[in-house]
Design a protein around this ligand. Structure first.
Ligand code: FES
Length: 509
C-alpha cells in the first residue's frame, strides 16, 4: 500500500506544536459500494466513532476535507479533565440530579476512553495523569468555587479544598481534582487512525463532501466528480453543514494559546485554572526535548473581538506571572458553547433518517468528543447507551437555558439585521494595507478585501454563504470568520470551517 507523507494542516495560519507529519496510506474507495457509515471529519470525534464501528464489523469510510486533525483537535490545548466548563451545579439546575450525575459520568468516560486506547494500543502520546487545581482570586470567585465544590461532591466527583497550588498568581481559596490528564492530541489521533486503517477502514484526506442526497435508505454524498454511498452518515465536523437547528443552539468561540519557554524552571507539574472571566488555563508539555508552559484563555465569541488584542492581553498576563524567556508558539482554535450547557449528540431532527452529528463540547472537546464518538457508534450499532437520551439533539430545555439562549440568539439576530443593512467599516479600496483584511463598500455592496504580502488584493463577497451575516477579518489566523454561527473562509473564500458549505463569492474589482 502506498503511503503519502502529509504534514498536518490547520484551519488558520498560526502553527500549533502538534503540527507534525504523518504517513497516511492512499486508499481508493469503490464508488458502487454502499458503506454502513460515512464519517465526515477526521478529528477525535470522527476517528473514535469510525474505529468503534469498524471493529464492530461495519464497513466505514472517513472523509476529511483537509488532513487528519485539521480542525479543533489540531488546535486544542489538550487538557483532559473530570470537571467541565459547564459546572455540575449548572448541569443539576438544568437537567436535575440524575442528569448532572450522568454528565459527570460522560466526562469521566471520555477520560477513560482515551486512557484505555493509550494502554491498549500502546500509544506514545505523552499521556500523563496529573492533579488539576482551580483557584479563586476574590470574594466573588470564592462563592463560585464553593458552588463548584458542592456540585462536584453532589455527583461524587473526587475533589478537595487545598492550600497549596502550583501557581505564581495570588489566590484566596482553591480546589484540587485528582486524576486529570494531558496528552499530545495529534500523536494520539494519528495512532488511532492507524488502528482504524488496520481494521479495514478507509480515510480519504482532501475529500470535501459537497452535498448529500438521501433516498431509499441510502445517502449519496457528492465529492468533486465522484460520490460515496452510505446507509448512515456522521458529521463529526463540530457544526454540521448547512442551515439546521443547531445553528441556534450553539455559539462559536475562539480560544488563544501560547507555548512559552521560561527563564527559570517554574513549570507546574499539574493542570491549573483560574476563575476569571474569560478564564486562563496552564499546564506543561515537553516538545522536542524542550519544556514549555502551555498557557491559554482570553476566549471570545468568534468574529466579535480583536484577535491580536486577545493575544496581547494573554501575553501581558503570562509575563506578569511567569519569567518568560521566549514565546515559541501561539495559536488559536474554535469550539462551540451549547445554550443549555450539554453537548448535542445523535440523529439530526431536520435531516433524513440516519444522519447524525455531535457538537457543543464547550472547551472540553477531548473528553466530550471521544465519548460522543462512542455514543454515535452505539446509536448506529443499535447498542443501548444511557447517555444518548441526555445528549439528544431533540431535547428542549427552554427554562433553564433561557437566559443564555436569549443572549446568544439576540446577538445572532442583531448580526442578521445589522450585517445585512449597515456597513460597519467603509474604507476606500486603496486604504487596505498589506497583510490586512477589511470590509469596504464598493458600489453600494460590502466587499471583504485582503491585500497579500505581494500587494495583490483578494476581494470577496462579505456575505456569509450560510445564512447571510457579514464575515469579519481574523487578524491572527488570516481568515474571514462569521460572527453568527462560526463559519470560516480563507483569503480566497474557500470554506475552512462549517456550517457554510459554499465558498465566498469572488468579487472582481
Ligand atoms: Fe451562519 Fe455565517 S455561519 S450566517
Amino acid at each position: 500500500m502506498k503511503n503519502v507523507v502529509s504534514k498536518l494542516n490547520r484551519d488558520g495560519k498560526q502553527v500549533s506544536p502538534w503540527q507534525h507529519t504523518s504517513k497516511i496510506p492512499v486508499i481508493h474507495h469503490h464508488e458502487n459500494m454502499v458503506y454502513d457509515c460515512l464519517i465526515v471529519g477526521a478529528g477525535i470525534t470522527g476517528i473514535t466513532a469510525a474505529l468503534k464501528l469498524q471493529l464492530a464489523g461495519k464497513t466505514t469510510l472517513v472523509a476529511e476535507a483537509f488532513t487528519i486533525g485539521y480542525g479543533t483537535t489540531g488546535g486544542t490545548s489538550a487538557h483532559i479533565n473530570t470537571f467541565a466548563d459547564t459546572t455540575y451545579t449548572e448541569a443539576e439546575s438544568a437537567f436535575g440530579k440524575e442528569g448532572a450525575r450522568q454528565f459527570a459520568h460522560a466526562v469521566n468516560e471520555g477520560l477513560n476512553l482515551i486512557r484505555k486506547n493509550v494502554e491498549e494500543y500502546r500509544i506514545d502520546c505523552d499521556f500523563k495523569i496529573l492533579p488539576g487545581y482551580l483557584y479563586a482570586e476574590d470574594e466573588e470567585q470564592v462563592k463560585q468555587l464553593d458552588d463548584i465544590y458542592k456540585g462536584a461532591v453532589s455527583v461524587e466527583v473526587p475533589v478537595e479544598y487545598v492550600s497549596d497550588v502550583p501557581t505564581n498568581v495570588p489566590y484566596q481559596k482553591a480546589l484540587k481534582f485528582d486524576g486529570q490528564a494531558q496528552f499530545e492530541p495529534i500523536k494520539y489521533l494519528h495512532r488511532l487512525a492507524q488502528e482504524y486503517l488496520k481494521a479495514g477502514g478507509i480515510i480519504l484526506q482532501y475529500t470535501k463532501i459537497d452535498e448529500v442526497e438521501s433516498g431509499d435508505g441510502v445517502h449519496v454524498a457528492k465529492t468533486g466528480q465522484t460520490s460515496i454511498k452510505a446507509k448512515s452518515i456522521i458529521y463529526a465536523t463540530h457544526m454540521p453543514p448547512g442551515i439546521n437547528v443547531l445553528n441556534m443552539r450553539c455559539a462559536p468561540y475562539r480560544s488563544y494559546v501560547f507555548g512559552v519557554k521560561l527563564k527559570d524552571d517554574k513549570y507546574p507539574d499539574a493542570l491549573v485554572y483560574d476563575l476569571q472571566e474569560p478564564y486562563h488555563y496552564v499546564r506543561t508539555h515537553v516538545i522536542n526535548g524542550q519544556k514549555l508552559l502551555i498557557i491559554g484563555g482570553n476566549d471570545h465569541k468568534t468574529g466579535h473581538d480583536d484577535e491580536e488584542a486577545a493575544f496581547a492581553d494573554l501575553e501581558e498576563y503570562t509575563r506578569q506571572y511567569y519569567n518568560v524567556d521566549v514565546v515559541k508558539y501561539r495559536w488559536s482554535s474554535q469550539y462551540y458553547v451549547p445554550v443549555d450547557g450539554l453537548p448535542y449528540v445523535g440523529e439530526m431532527p431536520d435531516r433524513a433518517d440516519g444522519i447524525y452529528c455531535a457538537t457543543g463540547f464547550n472547551g472540553n472537546g477531548m473528553m466530550l468528543g471521544s465519548v460522543s464518538g462512542a455514543i454515535l457508534a452505539d446509536l448506529i450499532l443499535g447498542n443501548a447507551n444511557p447517555l444518548s437520551q441526555l445528549f439528544s439533539i431533540k431535547r428542549f430545555k427552554p427554562i433553564d437555558g433561557f437566559t443564555e439562549f436569549v443572549k446568544e440568539n439576540a446577538d445572532v439576530a442583531w448580526h442578521f439585521v445589522a450585517d445585512r443593512f449597515k456597513a460597519e467599516e467603509i474604507k476606500a479600496l486603496n486604504d487596505v494595507e498589506t497583510g490586512v483584511g477589511k470590509i469596504i463598500e464598493l458600489d453600494g455592496k460590502k466587499v471583504a478585501a485582503y491585500r497579500d504580502e505581494q500587494g495583490e488584493l483578494h476581494t470577496l463577497s462579505s456575505v456569509c454563504t450560510h445564512m447571510g451575516c457579514t464575515v469579519k477579518w481574523n487578524t491572527t489566523e488570516k481568515s474571514w470568520d462569521c460572527p453568527c454561527h462560526g463559519a470560516r473562509f480563507d483569503i480566497d473564500g474557500n470554506v475552512v470551517t462549517g456550517p457554510a458549505t459554499v465558498n465566498l463569492e469572488k468579487v472582481n474589482v
